[in-house]
Write a protein that binds this ligand. Structure first.
Ligand SMILES: [Zn+2]
Length: 200
């Protein structure tokens, strides 16, 4: 167990990255259209310090999935070179193995937790929006304020919310402990995207 600091006390995200070629272009076409649309809407982008936010993924096989690479949020347009495959992960250990031209997003385990909750979910989008976060917090399934971004606690919170039927029905969640953080999901990228757009 690798503790960040006694005060923070959470388990550090551990990413084992196998440098490899990109996933086949056809695998990312549909989610990449949505990713670019979300960028244009300002739901994916970069903050005033230039730190990127927002990521999209699609299920590949079973519990493996393709996700936007680390630090790609600030880029206006992405292509297959900006995506990584998450091959394996451990939610409680906060670790994963990924392959591709870039490392997988550091928020990959949030996506993994959602895919584990329902085999009907094939696409997960994570965006940032102050407006939506304030409007929907507590209105739609909301993770605890204590569960911070990129922690095993966040993954556990997502699973807890799925135990109530509402989470699977509404297909949108607010991340209470990750300011501005919203997650939507669906059977297809279109469903995950429209759930979000309908709330704007
Ligand atoms: Zn985020």
């Amino acid at each position: 167990m690798d503790l960040k600091s006694p005060e923070e006390g959470y388990i550090k995200f551990n990413c084992r990255w196998i440098r490899a070629g990109p996933v086949p272009e056809g695998q990312i076409t549909w989610i990449n259209e949505w990713r670019n649309k979300l960028f244009d809407l300002g739901l994916i982008g970069a903050d005033s310090k230039g730190t990127g936010f927002g990521n999209v993924s699609k299920r590949f096989k079973k519990n493996t999935f393709i996700i936007t690479g680390s630090a790609t949020g600030r880029l206006k347009r992405l292509n297959k070179d900006h995506y990584a495959m998450v091959n394996d992960y451990d939610l409680s250990g906060n670790s994963l193995t990924c392959s591709g031209p870039l490392k997988a997003s550091s928020e990959s385990l949030t996506h993994a937790a959602i895919y584990e909750c329902s085999s009907d979910i094939n696409a997960v989008f994570h965006v940032h929006s102050r407006e939506l976060w304030e409007k929907l917090k507590g209105e739609v399934p909301t993770t605890s304020d204590e569960a911070l971004y990129g922690t095993p606690e966040m993954a556990m919170e997502i699973k807890r919310l799925f135990e109530r039927k509402q989470a699977g029905d509404e297909k949108i969640m607010v991340m209470g402990g990750h300011r501005d953080g919203i997650v939507s999901f669906g059977k297809t990228p279109d469903e995950a995207g429209e759930v979000l757009l309908n709330r704007l």
